[in-house]
Design a protein around this ligand. Structure first.
Ligand code: ZN
Length: 398
């Protein structure tokens, strides 16, 4: 890993954007002799990356004249370009092919891909990896569920690539040839009970493969047919988990912000890029040959971290837990207050107060996931419009 990182840093040093960052820390590529040295390289924030990548190609030091494909990805109200060279695409397909094998896909499988193909990256990303692997793929594209079901049944499609919601909609209409479902585009593994619910929508056992990636880093992680969590594709990206407040690496198995470095990418490579995504990486060898796994995928965002009762608390984790109670709660609000130095945490849920019997179980789940005990959880019929989080201690709202 260190050798790959060092070789990549040599290349990144040729780019103004990264040379300046190493210079900030008085580092030259030759100074990176260990992973501890690597951890001295300043992080790249999303804002810094965005400011550079949105420049015109001839002014952007992350652009590469060998680029052969430009996709786009939404960020805020605008789009930013996703650059790939032919070598970047080849490597992406190679690493994905290995995950298709681990997912149990064979050359006889026929996949139907329901992600979009124009402008954005997801549709072509899947189409190309199935073709590269030697399987068959139909570029269905999104929507038109009746036509999708007809094609899936006429051609006995065995693999569906879809967001979980659309997959369940198709399953309702009966697609009995399906054996494997690749999901993406929505929180899935992180939502307790959701994978079981999606499985139950099908008339026969279906293996579900979850993936995690960002447009500017595709792929990052994917589960295998053993469904043990999302394995980091560590021949493609180097993943670190940091304490978002201090920037220090956390111990394996501890919660923190995911930081990514591309090991080979030529166009728009990432170096210690802060994803803002909250996760846990465990080192647990899986029978498929992978060893770094995010058992629950992405469990929240790190930009909203609070310290409550001396514990790091990420309010977005509440939303992740609530997704496992579909249709019950419309909105929620987390309120933090303090009296004589003692913090108090309150959760208001908008829903039917008749469901209050669920609250003990919910309180237990929240304590397990966030490590903080809520002092009060209450269902109200109507929650006044307002922010998700009100931190009365600091007058902070977001
Ligand atoms: Zn595995």
């Amino acid at each position: 890993m260190l050798e790959l990182l060092r070789a990549q840093i040599e290349k990144l040093y040729q780019l103004d954007f990264y040379r300046r960052r190493l210079a900030q820390a008085s580092l030259k590529p030759a100074d990176i002799k260990s992973l501890a040295d690597f951890a001295r390289i300043p992080f790249t924030s999303s804002a810094e990356f965005q400011a550079e990548i949105r420049k015109k190609p001839r002014e952007c030091s992350l652009y590469n004249p060998q680029v052969t494909r430009i996709n786009f990805s939404p960020s805020g109200e605008d789009l930013y370009p996703v650059y790939q060279t032919a070598a970047d695409l080849e490597r992406m397909h190679q690493v994905c092919a290995r995950t298709l094998r681990a997912a149990g896909v064979t050359s006889q499988d026929l996949a139907a891909i329901t992600f979009g193909y124009h402008l954005f990256i997801a549709g072509l990303f899947y189409q190309n990896q199935f073709e590269y692997y030697g399987a068959k793929a139909i570029p269905l594209g999104p929507g038109e569920s009746e036509r999708a079901v007809r094609i899936i049944n006429d051609y006995e499609v065995t693999v569906l690539v879809s967001n979980p919601t659309f997959a369940m909609k198709l399953a309702e209409q009966g697609i009995p040839s399906l054996r494997t479902l690749f999901v993406g585009g929505e929180p899935f593994t992180s939502v307790e009970g959701y994978p079981a619910r999606v499985k139950a929508a099908f008339s026969r056992p279906v293996a579900i493969i979850d993936s995690y990636s960002m447009a500017n880093c595709m792929p990052i992680a994917r589960s295998c047919q053993r469904e043990t969590g999302l394995h980091i594709m560590d021949e493609f990206v180097y993943a670190e988990v940091i304490d978002p407040a201090s920037g220090q690496l956390v111990a394996p198995g501890e919660k923190g912000e995911l930081v990514l470095t591309h090991l080979h990418k030529q166009a728009a490579p990432l170096l210690r890029y802060r994803t803002g995504d909250l996760t846990v990486i465990e080192e647990t060898p899986c029978a498929c040959g992978r060893r770094l796994t995010m058992p629950k995928g992405i469990i929240g965002r790190t930009d909203d971290m609070l310290k409550v009762k001396g514990v790091k608390f990420w309010p977005s984790q509440v939303g992740t837990v609530l997704r496992s109670y579909p249709g019950l709660f419309n909105r929620y609000r987390v309120q933090v207050s303090s009296s004589r130095g003692v913090d108090s945490l309150r959760l208001l849920l908008e829903g039917d107060p008749a469901n209050s019997a669920l609250l003990d179980g919910l309180a237990e789940r929240l304590k397990t996931e966030t490590l903080v005990k809520f002092n009060q959880i209450e269902i109200v019929e109507k929650l006044a419009p307002g922010p998700l989080v009100v931190d009365g201690r600091a007058g902070r709202k977001f």
